[in-house]
Design a protein around this ligand. Structure first.
Ligand code: ARG
Length: 393
């Protein structure tokens, strides 16, 4: 019998996939990756395991990957400043290669011939899973039942689940398609597909609207060491706790929402909204600190790297040699990114209000218009003559 490892979420699609594959002669082993999507503990995990088994899985792996996700994916993305099309902090895109890596690991351990996922044929996630699996083990077969099965609607899937005694939560039609992890939430479908409509408030899960956010500002000071956030208001946090805390605070002040019509890899334009309060706060502070410690050429060149890096993450090329090479560049730049940035959160905005770093390249005696001025203005004349020479000719 062929063994397949399925990336299992506990939802309707992947539960139906388990049975669908069993019906086609596979032994199905489920893998649940905890990336901080709020699986809860004990009870919930037990429920997911039972559901997978009831659907026909022979075994269920549940792994808490949050620390690995943070250390090996989120932190490199933060250092690189990765952001897709100026708005999307890539929470979903960053999670896929990690899940795929563990799928491959489990496939090896279980001597399985195939892996499977529940992505549709219209999105980016199928590409990210499959390209990653291809890179890590080109011999593994990949199954994507949603691309080929007979079900045309959620109702048909529910019927299939019920008639096969798969315990699902049969709720009313879900208004949105949501992917969530500790770095953020991606929300699509339903009324969001109408570009002329403002996203309804109920589409957002962890951020308050500007209207409902506090009327008073909140100040926060983030300390970075070599590009990595270490403290909030002088108090040390683990990265996980720091992100959880900033998601909460940022959410309360309405920080971290994005509404984007994006270019998918498969050529489709789609409208999606995102919530990433912690990411938005950390990106703002990190970028501000870089502005202080990078010289002009480095600052400008890193923007080019950031653009390429973001595309690679979005395109599912996390394990490409170019991404590895860019990490090398980014890590060199981060050696000087230490210091403190104080931010003001207020009604959906997040801006830096104060900066401090031992590596600061800001020299007040050069920039001041006051009497402490040490800049020799006479030198400017010669500089401009030479700089402008080619254009005077
Ligand atoms: N468009 C985002 C990306 O490609 C999110 C995809 C998953 N979104 C969702 N709502 N299920 O990374």
């Amino acid at each position: 019998m062929k063994k397949v490892i399925l990336a299992y979420s506990g939802g309707l699609d992947t539960s139906c996939i388990v049975r669908w594959l069993v019906d086609r002669g596979y032994e199905v082993i489920c893998f649940v990756a905890d990336l901080g999507q709020g699986l809860g503990k004990g009870e919930d995990l037990k429920k997911i395991e039972e559901r997978a088994k009831a659907a026909g899985a022979s075994k269920v792996y549940i792994k808490d990957l949050q620390d690995e996700f943070i250390d090996d994916f989120i932190v490199p993305a933060l250092k690189a400043g990765a952001i897709y099309e100026g708005k999307y902090l890539l929470a979903t895109a960053l999670g896929r290669p990690l899940i795929a890596k563990h799928l491959v690991d489990i496939a090896h351990k279980e001597k399985a011939q195939a892996v499977a996922h529940g992505c549709t044929g219209k999105g980016n996630d199928q590409v990210r899973f499959e390209v990653t699996v291809n890179i890590l083990d080109p011999k593994l077969e990949i199954l994507a039942p949603v691309r080929e099965w007979e079900f045309k609607s959620r109702e048909e899937e529910i019927e299939y689940a019920l008639s096969n005694n798969i315990p699902i939560d049969v709720t009313k039609k879900k208004p949105y398609s949501i992917d969530r992890n500790i770095w953020g939430i991606s929300i699509e479908a339903g009324v969001l597909e109408d570009l002329e409509q403002e996203p309804p408030e109920d589409a957002y899960l962890i951020t308050k609207s500007q209207n409902h956010a506090s009327g008073y500002p909140k100040y926060l000071e983030i300390t970075f060491e070599k590009g990595v956030p270490k403290k909030i208001d002088g108090k040390a946090y683990s990265l996980k706790d720091l992100i959880i805390y900033l998601n909460e605070v940022g959410g309360c002040y309405g920080v971290g929402r994005a509404d984007l019509v994006e270019n998918r890899l498969v050529g489709i334009k789609s409208r999606e909204i995102y919530e990433a309060p912690a990411g938005t706060i950390l990106y703002t502070a990190h970028k501000e600190l870089e502005s202080l410690v990078f010289d002009r050429e480095l600052a400008h060149f890193k923007e080019i790297i950031t653009l390429k890096y973001s595309e690679l993450v979005y395109y599912g090329l996390w394990y490409s040699s170019l991404k590895t090479a860019l990490d090398g560049f980014v890590n060199v730049t981060q050696k000087q990114v230490s210091g403190k940035i104080r931010l003001k959160l207020f009604k959906g905005t997040c801006v830096a209000v104060s900066r401090k770093s031992e590596n600061s390249l800001y020299k007040k005696e050069l920039s001041t218009y006051g009497k402490e001025d040490k800049f020799d203005q006479k030198l400017a004349e010669g500089f401009i003559r030479l700089w402008g020479m080619p254009y005077r000719k």
